[in-house]
Design a protein around this ligand. Structure first.
Ligand code: GAL
Length: 524
């Protein structure tokens, strides 16, 4: 039986700690708030993407993108909403720069709409009005002492290129390179950080596999693999163009996404393998060729095995030639990571009859009911998963420099300005980033909050709000108003640290005294 001093010891350890989600995540070792500061040169930023904020969908000769066409098709988007006007950043970009400045961020990650500067996608018809828009935005950012990080492809392919097969057509490798080259040429003197593709896993699976995102293709066993193959080559070619043709000295890489895959039963090897396999099929699909050469071994063996069992002559996962492997390997200057949530993985053998990228994984995934919720069904906060994920990236890809290029949460609609759930989420997730940096020595150099403001959340339209700023979509001027989370983020950036507050200090010190007292009694 526990003696009284032992009980006191236990109570003092448990209660000295502070937790962000005390009801569910209260392991003193894993979840307790960690007080320390971020590295002095830590990069704080916020992120958006063109289609989600710009509007001006056909302004000044812009060509249509696949998202314009998809969103204009009835039944594809919640409430048949679209990004025709969105936050109207095409006209309000100076306001965007102002709210960034007010939050004190030093970096802004935005994307270029390819059809705004090349209406048909091809290099033979440059739209100078589009070039001028981005040029003015970049200049305004630099004037405000904010560095741009520019994504070349955040999902809005020129429709004219979809008409020739989109990413399933390998000619897009060179066509994308022409577009990237134009951007480097026109903006490269002022942009230090480039990202070729945002979350290609989402592009290929949701867009080519299950048709819930543009271009709306439903071909789950083949098209995602074909589209990914082109995207990886296109990324590599643009990377080489940037470094061979230009000497700006900036950095260029890709942004990949995955949930942290947690084994349902960590004592079962088959669940542990399933969790790793899930991450290899999402982020690893792209990271492995780019960081290590060729597709992950787990993907190769799974898809090859299933393809043979399905009676096919060749694997549904295409192959790179040896030259391609070498050309692609090493095309990264940092690891761009988008991370929002954690998923529990269990081994599950899918029937061979299912010709499907998800079935190829042999993984069943879920999120427990008792985890906290957000306004998005797929996004349950599980902050410790980000620390795990960062450690996985560190180990798997040889300790790269990591930018968290997106992290954030959607809050219930009632929380318009007083978005306490978002503050809790950012506090918890950023505290895990801090633990990863300080305790685990993961090389995280920057963090971009998604998103600067409420915007068009893809197939969910305007029903899910991720913004640090509220946008009034009923007002033609689209006014932006800081939510409480914007003020929280501003203050965190200013202190660059998690600072122990007086209430926690008093509680912690009284618990320490209690602990020492109990220990002395125990040892007597
Ligand atoms: C990411 C995407 C963003 C944003 C965010 C929130 O996958 O890159 O554009 O929509 O999710 O869902």
């Amino acid at each position: 039986m526990l003696r009284f001093p032992a009980i006191l010891c236990f109570i003092s350890i448990a209660y000295a700690a502070d937790y962000y989600y005390p009801e569910v995540f209260n392991d003193p070792e894993r979840d307790a708030v960690y007080y320390d500061s971020f590295p002095e040169d830590f990069i704080w930023g916020s992120a958006t993407s063109a289609y989600q904020i710009e509007g001006g969908w056909d302004a000044d000769n812009k060509g249509p993108s696949i998202w314009d066409v998809f969103a204009h098709t009835p039944g594809k988007i919640y409430n048949d909403e679209n990004g025709d006007v969105a936050c109207d950043s095409y006209n309000n970009y100076l306001e965007d720069v102002k709210i960034l400045k007010d939050m004190n961020v030093k970096f802004y990650r935005f994307s270029i709409s390819w059809p705004r500067i090349l209406p048909s996608g091809l290099i033979d018809n440059v739209n100078e009005a589009g070039i001028s828009y981005y040029s003015k935005l970049i200049d305004a950012l630099l004037d405000a002492d904010i560095q741009p990080m520019v994504t070349l492809y955040h999902w809005d392919l020129p429709q004219a290129l979809q008409d020739i097969g989109g990413w399933e057509n390998e000619t897009l490798v060179d066509i994308f390179n022409d577009y990237a080259d134009l951007c480097f040429d026109r903006f490269g003197d002022r942009v230090g950080y480039w990202i070729t593709f945002n979350e290609p896993y989402v592009v290929t699976w949701l867009g080519y596999g299950i048709a819930v995102f543009a271009p709306g293709i439903n071909d789950p066993g083949y098209a995602p693999y074909r589209a990914a193959h082109t995207i990886i080559k296109a990324h590599a070619e643009a990377y080489h163009t940037y470094h061979k043709k230009y000497s700006y000295g900036g950095k260029i890489s890709i942004t990949l996404s995955t949930d942290y895959g947690m084994p349902e039963d960590a004592t079962k090897q088959e669940d542990v393998d399933a969790a790793i396999r899930y991450m290899q099929f999402t982020a690893g699909w792209y990271a492995h060729p780019i960081f290590k050469g060729d597709y992950p071994a787990q993907m190769r063996s799974q898809v090859d095995m299933k393809s043979i069992a399905q009676g096919l002559n060749e694997s549904r996962l295409p192959s790179f030639t040896d030259e391609e492997v070498e050309y692609i390997k090493g095309t990264h200057d940092f690891f761009g990571l988008n991370a929002y949530t954690t998923t529990v993985c269990r081994y599950h053998e899918s029937p061979t009859s299912e010709v499907n990228y998800e079935s190829d994984q042999d993984v069943y995934r879920f999120q427990p009911d008792d985890w906290p919720k957000s306004a998005s069904e797929w996004l349950r906060p599980a902050p410790w998963g980000l620390r795990e994920l960062l450690n996985w990236v560190k180990t798997e890809y040889d300790d790269p420099e990591i930018f968290i290029t997106e992290n954030g949460v959607s809050t219930p609609y009632e929380q318009i300005l007083d978005d306490s759930d978002r503050i809790t989420y950012y506090s918890a997730y950023l505290n895990e980033v801090l633990k990863a940096i300080k305790i685990d020595e993961v090389n995280v150099v920057g963090y971009f909050a998604w998103s600067l403001m409420d915007n068009f959340e893809w197939a969910s339209g305007y029903s899910q709000r991720f913004g640090l700023h509220h946008v009034d979509f009923d007002d033609p001027d689209r006014p932006r108003t800081p939510k409480d989370s914007a003020l929280f983020y501003r203050d965190l950036i200013a202190s660059n640290a998690f600072v122990i507050n007086s209430a926690v200090f008093i509680r912690t010190s009284s618990m320490v005294i209690l602990f020492v007292f109990a220990l002395i009694r125990l040892l007597k």
